[in-house]
Design a protein around this ligand. Structure first.
Ligand code: ATP
Ligand code: MG
Length: 588
């Protein structure tokens, strides 16, 4: 909550939120008009009752009584229709506004640079895009318009009471209002704090459950079930406590209001009764009407505190969402080149790069990849291999130096132009919970014959034959229903069908069986055929045929050459090779 200004009411913020209602002006003003009409119609009812009692009951007149009763029934009907129209339009407005905001937010998120996601927890962003935005709808559905309507109605009713009835009767009946005001203020403050607490506890609960479901394998593998259950119970308990605290305030506040309302009615009956009995200014019609008014007044007054909180929570949510919408961490896309075809020459010129300020990962790296060449990069973990490929297609921008594609700085291409020339197979293969086909084509309209042919070439055809539904097989969330070797092959296929000029491949560390190893080997040969390729390999078998191999350590190239040359050199590569070779020997 610390990120949010504690101000009770921020007009600037409200104005920004209201700006989103602009496309729905008619709904917005229609809503205001409806609340005004509702206030007016609602107020007429007790007045009519007063008139009816005084003129047709006290002096019996059956025909007049019937007419006025019919009139009141008619007004009730009108009020019901207005009420319906209001609830419907206010909610429609709220939902329209949040639909728009949600699209804007997703549009924003999808274009932010990756470093933003490095430092923002995904859970937070999900909360912003889903539940925070939901809360914004309440500003319109339950907050702003309703509060305006209620206040308007209260004002009109009090005005009408003073106008139509003896002012002393009204004053005496309403003498509890100051008490009501203090009770409401107290309640509103108390409940605000507890509501925020409840929301925090819900967020904690969400995060805990989500994380533990995702990490279920680890929880079970390390026998953490009991320990995690204890932690869960604690969080769940705090969640309950927070809710109970808020219920506690409600259970005090609501009876207080009931008592005050009863006192108000009692005062009205007492003073009005005496006055009516001794034939004073107050009539029986007045007395009846004023009792109805008091009832009608207390209803919105009781809810006002709650509504103000709804409004305020909506504002807090708006502030967070708008802050995200204001995020300027977009990838700069000022380049203008949009090549239809490139040769695929890549050059790093004295490249300096760090993810975090002053923690240099690459310190003046230079390298050159010729058209059609297959360059392999090997090295210890954390050496900066994946970092290199993160830079070529501008997942991250470098701080110093230049990266050139076909002799042109990568920043001079449009992002789309640059990235459409490259295909990427990442170290962690990501699959959407969708069909295999969608996962491979990512929505591009590729004919099925072409897909089948590609699958044969890459060696995914046998896998497809095995899966029920073949291309239509739905992979579970994050590809859970496939093995990591299978996922990697699908990622290869995805890269292959996008027909890139440059292929970038970051091999997963996972060791795989010899059969899959062979499949992957074949697939890589096919993928790299006739195009510039950068391959990061953990299994050195993958890259023995590469044109050139770079050995990296601490962000620097320490060796360079082809497999035979590097083996002969008996340096770092040789050591890596020996290590893997011995490991394989040992395992065999
Ligand atoms: N998003 C990031 N934010 C901050 N630091 C990062 C980020 N990604 C990588 N690093 C750091 O950069 C260094 C190089 O990481 P990189 O992922 O390039 O290594 P790698 O050579 O690909 O290792 P591996 O063989 O394990 O895949 C590491 O020290 C890592 O901690
Ligand atoms: Mg890596």
């Amino acid at each position: 909550m610390s990120e949010v200004s504690g101000k009770a009411f921020d007009l600037k913020l409200l104005r920004r939120v209201l700006a989103y209602t602009k496309p729905y002006k008619k709904l917005f003003y229609g809503g205001i008009l409806l609340t005004i009409l509702l206030g007016a119609v609602g107020t007429t009812r007790p007045i009519l009752i007063k008139y009816t009692i005084d003129h047709f009951v006290m002096i019996p007149d059956a025909a007049g009584l019937l007419n006025y009763t019919l009139l009141m029934v008619f007004l009730l009907l009108v009020e019901t229709i207005l009420q319906f129209a209001f609830i419907y339009s206010a909610n429609y407005l709220g939902q329209s506004v949040i639909r728009d905001i949600r699209v804007l937010l997703f549009e924003k998120l999808i274009k932010l640079r990756l470093s933003f996601f490095d430092k923002t927890p995904i859970g937070t962003l999900v909360t912003r895009a889903v539940s925070d935005i939901e809360t914004i709808a309440d500003i319109f559905a339950e907050g702003l318009l309703v509060i305006f309507g209620d206040l308007f109605k209260i004002a009109v009713m009090i005005g009408a009471m003073f106008y139509f009835f003896d002012w002393k009767l009204v004053l005496i009946s309403l003498s509890v209002v100051p008490l009501l005001y203090f009770a409401t203020r107290w309640f509103q403050r108390a409940i605000k704090v507890t509501f925020q607490d409840v929301r925090n506890q819900v967020a904690r609960l969400n995060a805990f459950v989500q994380e533990h479901l995702s990490g279920m394998m680890i929880v079970q593998a390390f026998h953490r079930e009991d320990a995690e259950l204890i932690r869960f119970k604690a969080i769940n308990k705090s969640h309950m406590d927070a809710n109970i605290r808020s219920i506690w305030y409600f259970s005090i506040f609501l009876p207080i209001i009931e008592v005050l309302s009863a006192v108000s009615i009692g005062l009205a009956v007492w003073y009005g009764g005496i006055s009516a009995a001794i034939g004073g200014q107050v009539t029986f019609g007045d007395l009846t009407a004023i009792l109805i008014f008091i009832n009608m007044l207390f209803r919105p007054l009781r809810q006002l505190a709650d509504r103000f909180n709804t409004l305020q929570m909506g504002m807090v949510a708006s502030e967070r969402v708008l802050k995200l919408l204001d995020q300027e961490e977009k990838i700069q896309d000022h380049g203008e080149l949009n090549p239809t075809e490139i040769r695929g020459e890549i050059e790093f010129k004295d490249v300096w790069f760090s993810y975090l300020p002053n923690e240099w990962i690459l310190k003046g790296l230079s390298l050159k990849i010729k058209q059609g060449e297959t360059l392999a990069i090997v090295g210890t973990t954390g050496a900066g291999k994946s970092t290199i490929i993160n830079l070529v297609n501008r997942f991250y921008d470098i701080q110093k130096g230049q990266i050139l594609l076909d002799g042109v700085d990568v920043r001079d291409y449009t992002l789309e132009g640059l990235r459409s020339q490259m295909a990427l197979v990442l170290q962690d293969v990501f699959l959407f919970s969708d069909t295999i086909k969608e996962n491979v084509t990512l929505g591009s309209p590729i004919p099925i014959e072409e897909l089948n042919q590609a699958a044969r070439l890459i060696g995914v055809d046998t896998l497809l034959d095995k899966l029920p539904g073949s291309w239509e097989f739905r992979v579970g969330e994050r590809g859970g229903s496939l093995s990591s070797g299978q996922r990697q092959l699908l990622a290869f296929l995805r890269a292959y069908v996008s027909k890139p000029s440059v292929l970038i491949l970051d091999e997963a560390t996972s060791s795989i069986d010899t059969h899959t190893e062979l499949l992957i080997q074949k697939a890589i040969d096919k993928l790299t055929e006739g195009r510039t390729s950068i391959i990061i390999a953990h299994r050195l078998a993958t890259i023995q045929k590469a044109d050139r191999i770079l050995v990296m350590d601490h962000g620097q190239i320490i060796e360079e050459g082809n497999h035979a040359e590097l083996i002969q050199k008996e340096g770092a590569y040789h050591r890596l090779y020996e290590m893997q070779f011995n490991k394989i020997e040992a395992e065999a």
